[in-house]
Design a protein around this ligand. Sequence first.
Ligand code: ZN
Length: 299
Amino acid sequence: MTTSARSTIFPILLMVLLSIIPNASPAQAVQPKLSVHWEELTAADFREGIHRAQGTCLLPFGILEKHGPHLPLGTDLLDVRYAALHAAEQEYAVVFPEYYFGQIAEARHEPGTVAYSREMQLALLQETTDEMARNGCKKVIIVNGHGGNEHLLPFFAQSQLDKPHDYVVYVFDRRTPESGGPPKKTAIDMHAGESETSKMMISRPDTVHIDRATTESGADQHRQNLPEDVYTGIWWYARFPGHYSGDGSAATRELGKFQMDSWIDAVAKAIRAVKADEVSLKLQNEFYEKSKHPLDTQP
Ligand SMILES: [Zn+2]
């Protein structure tokens, strides 16, 4: 064999050898692709997923509620799942299936609303996080996709101190970044408006009927005259009885991409922080122990 023939054959031989060795790529050999969807994992892969997630699981929390004249009832569910699933792809976590059993009493007059009683909301959420924890999710991050849950979820987290739990409930509740991105065109933008419609153009553009966005008004009706620091349950109905706040026709894909990417990054950052958190469960356990005999607690 001449030197030139050898130099031609050896690289070919090497390529053939590499192609027949299974998992030749070291990265693939260490980390085979694992779905982030709880319901898509086999039982054995679920065990591996929990291990890889370091016991960190996401519970994306949506709702079924009218979203203006142009967005689907499941807008909050579809958006929050899009953000949570993409975040878990960036920073591995196991993502619980569709969950939409939250607070939405204020939309009971609109078609398609599913509003469970408060007892059911709390009982179902407790049993869900208990079952997640029994399956190894010792860190449960509830990712909120619905404004009407913003009191329910911190209350639920606080109520975990009622009695001992061997896991921690974390609540992540920020859907839009404080600043940056394409300038917005509308001032009122709380529900099915410019931001939410823009995000849906990214997560599920096939469900957005932008041509219908101006067929109803999303203006603030100001029907209550109370100081800002006086709260009533009817406040939303007083201001936005048609479950539309803002103007969805102002939406753009550019704004949607900016807001959705920010949401995904923020959830991924929260997953990393929760994985690194070794303090909360220890403090919870210390607290449960001390609360059995409060008179022994020293200042
Ligand atoms: Zn919404």
